[in-house]
Design a protein around this ligand. Structure first.
Ligand code: FBP
Length: 559
């Protein structure tokens, strides 16, 4: 059992009074909302392979919710289970609140349980009933601590069978998985498995991740991105002001975002620092590590010539996987670590590990890993997460960059081409933002997602994700519906094998936000155009409290 004792701060007391705004279309409750089915949808890529793997849940239609009298709604008393999967994101508790309120409104006897500590709770059959007396302290709060989270992946035939058995033992009619792309891939697989087993149980996935990389035409953003980027922007803005006041340090700020650079781009817009690295651009331009360093050095030297030996540079944590030679190295290491797992796990020293992989790597990659600082090499060889990803939050890319920058600057000094003083300070912002108190946007969005999830499962849809569109409009004008999880899938290599996965949405280099950034970055590099966004505001003028992300604004406005 998890001890649900939530200490409540004064702000939280006031914040708990916030009533999320529901989109108009949902205002009439479940019986006043109908579901309109659209055309069947194919997967984004690898259609034949995905179709073969998801025989029962492939080619389902997108559905839209509209006002109207719903006559098909499931009337029986139901039991729903919710589980948090993966990294925390602000607003998770409001997904539970949305689900809970709708289910109880539909029938007081409906039950919502929470599997504890992530998907492992499903496998261990550890759960707890969600009750208002406890939930009330978690409404509009950050974190996932009511039922906690975990990264266990349900993947073996035994685990799927155990999932089915445990859902049946608890009489669970529907499972709601709150997760990112990998967790929702898992949700799609559970939905398919339950259908194959002829079980009348629904699985719904909720788009969660601060990384903002679970998005498409319908899922305009994942929840948590708004709040997390606002928190990071406050911190980066403060650093910009400090740098501008002291004028003596270069601040290297690494920001979370396991792969995509959305967080960094958004924080870049909100604070306008001197340099913003975007991993996707580095890959597209095929920039080697040395070229990336050169591009930074160029700005450092230029600013130094203007008497400005200070600045701020944002580094997305996922950038390491976009640098072509490192990407190649990581992919080769992934294969080695998957194929020789047991042999490799017996090695304890970093030198032994390095020697082991060097024997298996091509000469080019063996030389590369040997030349990398020992800390970075060791982090690249460390165990992958359960979904086969490198744990980039542990890789101190900013330190690697600083080491290389120092080398280049001293070479330039010897050639009399640089006369400045380079002093650097590093920061890593990730965990600071993942459990922040949700902004009004995230509080409204997550509550509506919970409501939509209930709407989908009570109408018998399985293998779906609720979508909410028109997010730059006020919450009352949002459009709602659901889209099939298989529609977002393609085949990728994970842990050395081809797997069906939900496609990650990377920063679109042809998209409006990136173009806007390109237009401005030269100005930001040389001048001090810093913005200081300050903390998230929960009370006050609506243009401040209900502000959405710059990314959403640029993506969805004409200019
Ligand atoms: P999700 O994709 O599960 O939402 O998690 C994203 C993230 O916050 C990344 O930004 C970060 O690299 C990673 O989680 C850190 O993982 P962990 O919490 O296991 O340290």
């Amino acid at each position: 059992m998890i001890e649900n004792k939530c200490n409540v701060s004064q702000l939280q007391v006031e914040r708990s009074k916030f009533k999320p705004v529901l989109p108009k279309v949902l205002k009439n409750g479940l019986s006043g909302t109908i579901v309109i089915k659209g055309k069947p949808k194919k997967s984004v890529a690898d259609q034949e392979k995905i179709k073969e793997l998801f025989k029962n849940t492939y080619g389902l239609p997108i559905v839209t919710f509209k006002k109207g009298k719903n006559k098909t709604l499931k009337k029986k008393i139901i039991k729903v289970a919710v589980v948090f999967s993966g990294g925390q994101a602000p607003g998770g508790h409001n997904v539970i609140a949305g689900l809970f309120d709708v289910l109880k409104k539909a029938n007081k006897k409906n039950v919502l349980i929470g599997y504890l500590r992530g998907p492992s709770g499903i496998l261990n059959n550890k759960y707890q009933e969600i009750i208002e007396n406890v939930l009330c302290d978690y409404r509009n709060t950050g974190g996932f601590d009511y039922i906690q989270s975990g990264r266990t992946k349900i993947e073996t035939p035994e685990q799927f069978c155990l999932t089915k058995d445990n859902l049946s033992i608890c009489n669970v009619d529907a499972l709601v998985v709150v997760g990112g792309d990998d967790s929702n891939t898992n949700a799609a697989m559970i939905a398919e498995y339950l259908k194959t087993e002829n079980l009348d149980k629904c699985v719904i996935g909720i788009p969660k991740t601060i990384d903002g990389d679970l998005k498409n035409k319908y899922i305009e953003t994942s929840f948590g991105f708004d709040t997390a980027t606002k928190i990071y922007s406050e911190l980066v803005g403060n650093i910009c002001r400090d740098a501008n006041s002291a004028r003596k340090y270069w601040h290297f700020v690494r920001l979370m975002g396991r792969r995509a650079s959305h967080i960094t781009l958004e924080v870049g817009f909100k604070t306008q620092p001197n340099i913003v690295l975007i991993g996707e651009e580095i890959l597209a331009k095929n920039m080697t590590l040395s070229k990336v360093v050169d591009s930074i050095v160029e700005v450092i030297v230029k600013r130094s010539e203007m008497g400005k030996d200070f600045g701020i540079i944002l580094v997305p944590e996922g950038v390491i996987e976009f640098i072509p030679e490192i990407k190649e190295l990581i992919s080769a290491l992934n294969d080695i670590l998957a194929e020789d797992k047991s042999e490799f796990s017996k090695l304890s020293s970093i030198d032994d590990k390095k020697q082991f992989v060097c024997k298996k790597l091509s000469t080019k990659l063996a030389t590369l890993i040997s030349e990398l600082p020992i800390g970075i090499a060791s982090q690249l060889m460390s165990e992958r997460d359960p979904h086969g990803n490198v744990v980039v939050s542990l890789i101190e890319t900013e330190k690697l960059l600083i080491e290389m920058i120092c080398k280049k600057l001293s070479e330039l000094k010897k050639k009399d081409k640089y006369h400045g003083k380079f002093a650097s300070i590093t920061h890593f912002f990730g965990y600071e933002g993942r459990c922040g108190m949700p902004s009004n946007f995230d509080a409204n969005y997550t509550y509506a997602l919970g409501f939509n999830a209930a709407m989908l499962l009570l109408n018998g849809f399985s293998g779906y994700m609720p979508y909410i569109k028109n997010l730059i409009k006020p919450a009352k004008d949002w459009e709602c519906g659901g889209l099939p999880l298989t529609m977002m899938m393609n085949i990728e290599k994970r842990n050395g094998k081809e797997k069906p996965v939900i496609q990650k949405a990377l920063v679109d280099l042809k998209g409006k936000p990136f173009k806007k950034f390109v237009k401005n970055r030269d100005k930001w590099a040389i001048n001090e155009n810093y913005l200081f966004p300050g903390p998230i505001q929960y009370f006050g003028p609506k243009n401040i409290t209900d502000m959405t992300t710059k990314t959403l604004q640029y993506e969805h406005t004409q200019k």
